[in-house]
Structures are given as C-alpha cells and as structure tokens.
Design a protein around this ligand. Sequence first.
Ligand SMILES: Cc1cc2nc3c(=O)[nH]c(=O)nc-3n(C[C@H](O)[C@H](O)[C@H](O)COP(=O)(O)O)c2cc1C
Length: 190
Amino acid sequence: MKLVVAITGASGSLYAQRLLAMLKEDPTGPHEVHVALSRHAREVAEAEVGKLAIPEGFPVHGDASMQVPYVSGSARFDAMVIVPCSMGTLGRIAHGYSDSAIARAADVFLKEKRKLILVPRETPWNLIQARNVVTLLEAGAEIIPAIPAFYHRPQTVLDVVDTVVARILDHLGLEHALTKRWMEPEMPHD
Ligand SMILES: Cc1cc2nc3c(=O)[nH]c(=O)nc-3n(C[C@H](O)[C@H](O)[C@H](O)COP(=O)(O)O)c2cc1C
C-alpha cells in the first residue's frame, strides 16, 4: 500500500509508533509509508516516548511546506491515517482549512474518495468537537477513537495499545495477529 501516516500533537504517540512498526514488519509489504509530523507532534512525543521511533526507509515530512507528494489529488495514495489526531487538526479538516500539508492532504483524500482514518484521543468532547466528528463522518472519513478494549485481558501497555492499532490495521484491510478476535479460533501464529 501507499500510505500517509500523519502524527499530530495529541496524546498517543505510542499508537503511531506501533502502527509504523507493524507497517514496516508486514509480510504483505513493503509498503510505501510517508510520515507527516505536525509542528506539535514532536513536542508531545517528547513528553510521552522521548524520541519518536520511525522505521528506516519511511520518509518523514513536516507540515509547513506543500512540497510533499500527498497534497495533490494527482498523486496516487491508498490511504491516510492521522494518529493520534488532535481535535485542532480534526476541526481544521472538518472545516476545509487546508492550511497545512496534513490538513490539505486530508482534504484531498476526502475529495478523491480515498480512505481517511482519524484517530482522536481527546476525552471528554465538547459540542464543537462532537459536531466536527459528525461532519467528518458525513464527508466519508473513518473515525477510530483511541479507546482501548479490555476483553482480551491485556497484560502490558503495548497490549492495550495494540487493541487500537489492530482496529486501524483492520480498516486498512491489512492482516495482523495483534489481538485475538472475539469468538474466533486463534490463528496458528498467535
Ligand atoms: C502533552 C500534551 C498533550 C496533548 N494532548 C492532546 C490531546 O490528546 N488531544 C488534543 O486534541 N490536543 C492535545 N494537545 C494539544 C495540541 O498539541 C494542540 O492543540 C496543538 O495545537 C495541536 O496542533 P496540531 O494539530 O497541528 O498537531 C496536547 C498538548 C500537549 C502539550
């Protein structure tokens, strides 16, 4: 797949790191993954994980310049994931601001009817944020809130993180064995 993984200044750097690692390791790859960092992404990542771990071979782009491959509809991409997605970025996309490479790319993915997955972490939501989420759902975006599940009895923080990353991979249509599936027999490689 050819993907954009955008990381913004919301809490949840671990979700982005784990998703990138899974994309790198995916045996159905190699995937072409462009990593886009918002101005605040590194700041929050610094607080949460120190230096953000980005797999070798995945080009990293900033958010200020439009000289990046994914801001034009003419460039073919399969999907964009914004993880974690701040409510600021979510709101700008919902209102078509296109004032940064990430917001513009999201605009492009929506207009080209390409898969756009937003992973907000915020809690609780105010009415403005809730309405922005509805606007994006109506426009065709997929919202996967970073809300972990616990019915797998996760034992580590990574297990908890994986319950969210598993859903992102599911929505990208990629196979994985990150979590057991409810009422399904375990895969041989689990
Ligand atoms: C430690 C820290 C954690 C934050 N967590 C969140 C969050 O979970 N959700 C959110 O919407 N904003 C969060 N913010 C605020 C955003 O970083 C801020 O709104 C910023 O303008 C987002 O810009 P961006 O969307 O361009 O990355 C956090 C800020 C800091 C410093």
